[in-house]
Design a protein around this ligand. Structure first.
Ligand code: GLC
Ligand code: CA
Length: 477
């Protein structure tokens, strides 16, 4: 019997592109889908398997696309649905998949569902949102109360985020049906899957309790739907929980999400003991046959070179090496591959209600200048053009690590086995024949690995010794 086919994201690298800041095709200062299509050669050269686009739907942008007013269309700033079709077709030709960002927990207050719901207590859409006669004591994530009084029918509605992001009532069967249709709509257009926003808080009845059991029945329903396509579609959840058992719960019995983001890893710092601990426990708690997913940055947090690497490229390379040699799926946030830093945003250029603009600034291409960009260009590292031309750059290193991973079975699917080492050295084996060791300290360290160095963050070739902040991949002999 032929072995079961591995899903395409096994050992794969996903690239998170923030569409407004990735590439601008028409010079209006806002990145767009045509711009992204124009940069496919770059992503192909880098070696990624899929692209996750932050929300591409029409939105009043109170929360930059996470307040959706129409789930079946494209935001005019980013282009048209034909542009998205063209992007799916063009990426398909070069073997890169497109993931969209599904925002099912809440809509925009301008979505027609909410406009109908708020119009009267008798509206057939009234039960689609969460209404109460009195406000309960609860704060929203962005500050302020989670309940807002609404004049027309004299009740309060619930919103975990902004008042302009009313929460859908996922206890309502019609809401579930409506989203089945939205999933099918995009799957049939060739979308390879979804990153799913705030999945851990999807069902709220009553609000205020996270990870309710009903969430898991919704996830099983979506998984059955995703599995009905060939190839099966990917559900990658924003499982923002800090407990690994809870994270594992979103994989179900391997019948819910195929991947759930690992926030304990993102927040472990660049500390050998903490990282080794999170990875080992993650490998232990996930259901058999499931894959972990690792990321260091995203559009909600401070970019990792600033947050955990003191903006020191030696440390950035170590973090990237770890990210790209762990078992599972790895996600690069656009600019991670350049070591792009967090950008200081002058107060008169602030857009985001939650102070996240500094992680969302324009990509540094170097061969074409951004004209009047919506956020200031910063990043404070050499551009793509400069780094591509420099074999010693962070970008060249990152590309080499991706290529090494893609060409070596141990790094694609080999088991993760921790190796004991000196304090401050994080070391593990992948499969039987490959080891990774990273010195996360300021002192040199001896290593007892016999084999050949396949890749070093410092371009060295010595499996017996690591310089401070050096990481290596070794082919064991
Ligand atoms: C998720 C998104 C974030 C957004 C929030 C509300 O956490 O990643 O950007 O603000 O959900 O939708
Ligand atoms: Ca544009």
């Amino acid at each position: 019997m032929a072995p079961p086919r591995q899903p395409w994201w096994t050992g794969g690298v996903l690239y998170q592109a923030y569409p407004r800041s990735f590439a601008d095709s028409n010079g209006d200062g806002i990145g767009d889908l045509a711009g992204l299509r124009g940069r496919l050669d770059y992503l192909q050269w880098l070696g990624v398997d899929g692209i996750w686009l932050n929300p591409t739907f029409p939105s009043p942008n109170r929360d930059w696309g996470y307040d959706v007013s129409d789930y079946r269309s494209v935001h005019p700033d980013l282009g048209t649905i034909e542009d998205l079709d063209a992007l799916i077709a063009a990426t398909g030709e070069v073997g890169i998949r497109i993931l969209l960002d599904l925002v099912p927990a809440h809509t925009s207050d301008q979505h027609e569902w909410f406009l109908e719901s708020r119009s009267s207590r008798e509206s057939p859409r009234r039960p689609w949102y969460i209404w109460r006669d009195g406000a309960e004591e609860q704060d929203s994530v962005f500050g302020g109360k989670a309940w807002t009084y609404d004049e027309p029918a004299g009740q309060y509605y619930h919103h975990l985020f902004l008042p302009e992001q009313p929460d859908l009532n996922w206890m309502q069967p019609d809401v579930r049906d409506a989203f089945d249709e939205i999933l099918r709509f995009w799957f049939e257009r060739g979308v390879a899957g979804f990153r799913i926003d705030v999945v851990h808080e999807l069902v709220k009845d009553p609000p205020g309790q996270s990870n309710r059991p009903e969430i898991h029945s919704v996830l099983r329903r979506w998984r059955a739907l995703a599995d009905g396509y060939d190839p099966e579609r990917l559900l990658l959840g924003e499982t923002w929980v800090l407990d690994l058992d809870e994270l594992a719960s979103f994989y179900g019995q391997a019948d819910e999400l195929q991947l759930g983001f690992n926030f304990p890893f993102m927040f472990a710092g660049l500390d050998a003991a903490a990282l080794a601990d999170v990875v080992k426990r993650t490998e232990y708690v996930l259901p058999a046959g499931s894959l972990p997913v690792w990321a260091l940055s995203n559009h909600d947090v401070v970019r990792f070179p600033t947050r955990v690497c003191d903006e020191d490229d030696a440390k950035v390379r170590c973090a990237l090496l770890a990210l790209l040699t762990l078992r599972g799926t790895s996600v690069l946030y656009y600019g991670d591959e350049l070591g792009m830093r967090q950008v200081d945003i002058p107060s008169d250029r602030v857009f985001d209600v939650h102070g996240r603009d500094g992680a969302r600034t324009p990509m540094l291409w170097g061969d074409a200048e951004w004209r009047d960009p919506w956020l200031p260009v910063g990043g404070n590292v050499a551009s793509v053009a400069e780094q591509r031309a420099d074999p010693g750059s962070v970008l060249s290193f990152c590309r080499e690590a991706i290529a090494l991973r893609g060409g070596r079975d141990d790094l694609i699917a080999g088991a993760y086995t921790p190796l004991a080492g000196q304090a401050g050295i994080w070391a593990w084996r992948r499969g039987e024949g490959t080891a990774v060791a990273i010195n996360l300290t300021d002192s040199p360290a001896n290593l007892s690995l016999a084999g050949d160095v396949l890749l070093s963050t410092k371009g060295r070739d010595d499996p017996s010794r690591l310089e401070p902040w050096e990481g290596v991949v070794v082919a064991l002999t």
